[in-house]
Design a protein around this ligand. Structure first.
Ligand SMILES: Cc1cc2nc3c(=O)[nH]c(=O)nc-3n(C[C@H](O)[C@H](O)[C@H](O)COP(=O)(O)OP(=O)(O)OC[C@H]3O[C@@H](n4cnc5c(N)ncnc54)[C@H](O)[C@@H]3O)c2cc1C
Length: 363
């Protein structure tokens, strides 16, 4: 515990928890960022993670994108979440000494003339320009993209190379001697330490939290090669194509609520090829094919907070398809809750499911 930290806490008239040792279960995107931010607050942390379970973070495309849907509306809390994540990942790169943060515009061609008309009209909100700029001609990428109506270029977007980031985190935690490579089972003793479960899709099977309404979604992505095109931006319309460097690109993603496993399928591959051909002109070659399951939730909000009956057990999960953008902001909020007893956003706090825990509601 740093002396300065203690003085600062006393000056702020808040009582930090002086003694707890946090055990974080899971070193995916959620557990890594939560553990890191707890360490930044001078807390004592250990992490338990097994390579026995697959991790959706290692499959994820890593996109972050503030404008979504047909009308490209700002995503939930975009004004807070996106500036926060940009600072966070840049600082993190310096701290863990790795390069994984790739801010990049996303070009979203209009799907048809109606869509173009909508964006020419005054229906577009005044603050649209905070996150997007409009083009109404077809010259942009005319030899690369099947598009004739122009489109929107998104700002404050990009992708995070999660494999590189998680590997850098693993080295960082190992060097601090706080990573235990093992599987946490119910036989592990829950002591008076604080245990925070960040198990991704495995969280569904956690006896403490299996009352929470998960809604897992399988996704598949292809890494592909396209020869000699000059594509500076991510393209997204029905599917996304992310330039990874040289002639390599990532193409994704599918959404399926069946066969919830990490096995790539012929159907997934064919769906992606079809979407690619609709969007892009050049031919491509498939380099690799991956699948995973997103830890999504029925109300599309994360699961954060402490168990209703056991205040030593918490959860940070349910990041769904937006882990890259949600994890930094809400990990920070969870740390402020744990260390300084600040409020959690009501839409993420698992106390919204208290009645499910008591067996009153059915979702
Ligand atoms: C195909 C696909 C594409 C995606 N694309 C994007 C994207 O472009 N942008 C985006 O933001 N999100 C994307 N996502 C979603 C993103 O992957 C998730 O939001 C995020 O990775 C979830 O992180 P997590 O840490 O909760 O889970 P995970 O990454 O799954 O981590 C959980 C960790 O917990 C460990 N664990 C579990 N149980 C135990 C136990 N009992 N003992 C020890 N360790 C345990 C596991 O081994 C694992 O390491 C995508 C997902 C998929 C599948």
């Amino acid at each position: 515990m740093g002396f300065l930290y203690l003085i600062q806490s006393l000056m702020n008239d808040v009582q930090p928890n002086l003694s707890p040792k946090y055990t974080i279960i899971g070193q995916g995107l959620a557990g890594s960022i939560l553990a890191y931010l707890l360490l930044q607050e001078g807390q004592e942390v250990q992490i338990i993670d097994t390579l026995e379970f697959p991790s959706s973070s290692k499959v994820a495309a890593g996109l972050y994108n503030p404008l979504t849907g047909r009308k490209l509306i700002k995503t939930w809390l975009a004004d807070k979440i996106f500036p926060f994540l940009e600072d966070f990942y840049q600082q993190l790169e310096k701290e863990v000494k790795a390069k994984f943060f790739h801010p990049q515009a996303i070009y979203r061609p209009f799907i048809n003339e109606d869509s173009q008309k909508y964006f020419k009209s005054d229906h577009v909100p005044d603050d649209f320009s905070d996150f997007g700029t409009l083009t109404f001609d077809n010259t942009k990428y005319q030899n690369i993209i099947n598009s004739q109506f122009g489109g929107v270029t998104t700002k404050h977007s990009g992708w995070v190379d999660l494999k590189v980031m998680l590997s850098a985190f693993r080295t960082y935690f190992s060097e601090k001697g706080i990573l235990r490579e093992e599987k946490f089972t119910s036989k592990n003793e829950i002591t008076n330490q604080i245990f925070i479960f960040c198990e991704g899709i495995e969280g569904r099977n956690n006896p403490h939290f299996n009352y929470l309404p998960f809604n897992p979604v399988k996704g598949e992505v292809l890494d592909i090669e396209i020869d000699n095109i000059d594509l500076q931006e991510i393209v997204n319309q029905g599917a996304f194509v992310i330039p990874l460097g040289e002639n390599n690109y990532r193409l994704g993603a599918t959404y399926s609520w069946h066969e919830l496993d990490f096995t790539p399928t012929e159907q997934g591959k064919n769906d992606l090829i079809e979407k690619y051909q609709k969007l892009m002109k050049p031919s491509m070659r498939i380099l690799s094919h991956n699948a995973g399951v997103r830890p999504a939730t029925k109300d599309r909000r994360p699961f954060i907070g402490m168990h209703p009956d056991d205040k030593n057990i918490g959860i940070f999960n349910g990041l769904g398809s937006k882990g890259v953008s949600l994890a930094p902001y809400f990990a920070k909020q969870f740390v402020d809750f744990l260390v300084y007893q600040k409020e959690l956003h009501p839409e993420v706090n698992i106390n919204r499911f208290a009645s499910l825990y008591l067996g009153v509601d059915k979702v």
